[in-house]
Design a protein around this ligand. Structure first.
Ligand SMILES: Cc1ncc(COP(=O)(O)O)c(C=O)c1O
Length: 423
């Protein structure tokens, strides 16, 4: 089988979500889905077609693919021949990563793109039309909020915010005009948890698709499709890449929806293609995803406990704390509670900035999921696209500080946070 033949238009080659090309040949596909997460993150869907048997798959740094004949080129365009055409439509390095990610997330199909925003916008441009309505949660990553507020709404798409912590709010607002219900869980930055099962049941009752941004959790901690969601997006810039050295996004869905997302949303609307080199780096990052997530979770639990016990801190938002009001819900849909924490200082906004400036080890930086512990101030940084009144209404307070727990030794992170708090 040539590498070209691995590519199946519309992602149908990913259809089992747990089938590697080699297993497909040996007819043992159901077995691999039962292997452990780390095993699948390392081995699943490895393309064994390299003529030299390279253990690490080669990077196909090519924009286009040569056709043997003009007729073959025409057949690829018409879909009669499923070989590769052009990297914006598919590439073996991307394809292997996509199959592995589909396996890990439990999805039929996957598409990798150039950034998390590229993933989100490619999904929306695939399914919405003027006159449609979309319902989104109140708390979203700032640029996602800006896309809905200033991007989609310019094209006659009505975007309404609903507090989805209570599914009844969605039940009241949804109508047959609603095309997509969108949320993050845990939500950036204030860690709201949304009940994926309950929201999906309500949305499906009205024929709407449910799209979940699973960036904070990764496929290791939470699998929204298994809980009823239709489409999952990730900023792979974060935990999936894991080393703060690339930008990437991931979309997971049914094979049918992916046909539309790949050939409309990505190919014609956003063009947000992932570079093969970045696909290689994500595949490398995936090999340690389970190990890294366990450490991120351990460190976050320790940081949250320290913050909760600190007199300078008035509130901690971390789903793994028993005092967190949505602790039980988080536990019911997540394997562990993740590496993200938010908190408020009793001194409010000014104390928040003072705290950041007092750090000696942890970095003042946006983004998350890196090896380094990253700390930022959402109101003036990631969530500045919100109007101050909206931030107040949606629970993104001016004094909120967001921490992405890194992979350093916990004792050093805790010492740095402790000294910055007391300063
Ligand atoms: C939850 C969430 N979704 C999406 C994005 C956008 O991802 P990217 O920066 O890769 O475009 C981010 C970025 O911070 C994010 O935090």
């Amino acid at each position: 089988m040539s590498s070209g033949e691995q590519y199946n238009k519309g992602g149908a080659s990913h259809a089992s979500g747990g089938t590697s090309s080699s297993e497909g040949k040996s007819g043992r596909s159901p077995r691999q889905t039962k292997r452990g997460f780390a095993t699948r993150a390392i081995h699943a869907c490895h393309d064994k077609n390299d003529p030299y048997g390279a253990l690490t798959s080669p990077i196909y740094m090519t924009s286009t693919f040569e056709f043997d004949t003009a007729e073959q080129g025409a057949a690829r365009f018409s879909g009669e021949d499923s070989g590769y055409i052009y990297t914006r439509l598919g590439n073996p390095t991307l394809n292997e990563l996509e199959q592995r990610l589909a396996n890990l997330e439990g999805a039929e199909a996957c598409l990798t793109v150039a950034s998390g925003m590229g993933a989100i916008t490619s999904v929306f441009w695939s399914f919405v039309e003027p006159g449609d309505e979309i319902l989104v949660d109140e708390t979203l990553y700032g640029c996602t909020f800006a896309y809905f507020r200033h991007g989609l709404s310019k094209f006659g798409i009505k975007v309404r915010h609903v507090d989805m912590r209570d599914p009844e709010n969605l039940a009241r607002e949804i109508s047959d005009k609603t095309r997509i219900v969108y949320f993050e869980t845990p939500a950036n930055p204030n860690m709201r948890i949304i009940d994926i099962r309950a929201i999906s049941a309500i949305a499906h009752g009205c024929g709407a698709r449910v799209v979940v941004d699973n960036t904070y959790s990764t496929p290791y901690l939470q699998n929204p499709i298994g809980l009823g969601a239709d489409i999952v997006v990730h900023s792979a810039t974060k935990y999936l890449g894991g080393h703060g050295d690339l930008m990437a996004g991931v979309i997971l869905s049914s094979a049918e929806d992916m046909e539309q997302i790949r050939y409309v949303g990505l190919k014609d609307m956003t063009g947000a293609v992932l570079a093969p080199m970045n696909a290689f780096l994500i595949a490398r990052g995936l090999k340690t995803l389970e190990l890294r997530m366990e450490r991120h979770c351990d460190n976050a639990e320790k940081i949250a406990a320290l913050l909760e016990a600190s007199p300078e801190v008035s509130k901690v938002y971390f789903p793994g704390l028993k005092s967190f009001e949505q602790y039980e819900l988080a536990k019911s849909q997540m394997r562990r509670f993740g590496g993200m924490i938010a908190f408020e200082l009793t001194g409010g906004h000014d104390a928040g900035l003072q705290f950041l400036n007092g750090l000696k080890l942890c970095k003042i930086a946006v983004s998350l999921g890196d090896a380094e512990t990253l700390i930022e101030h959402p109101a003036s940084m990631t969530h500045s696209p919100y109007e101050p009144s909206e931030r107040a209404r949606f629970g993104i307070t001016e004094g909120l500080v967001r921490i992405s727990a890194g992979l350093e030794n916990a004792v050093d992170i805790l010492a740095d946070i402790d000294q910055a708090l007391s300063s």
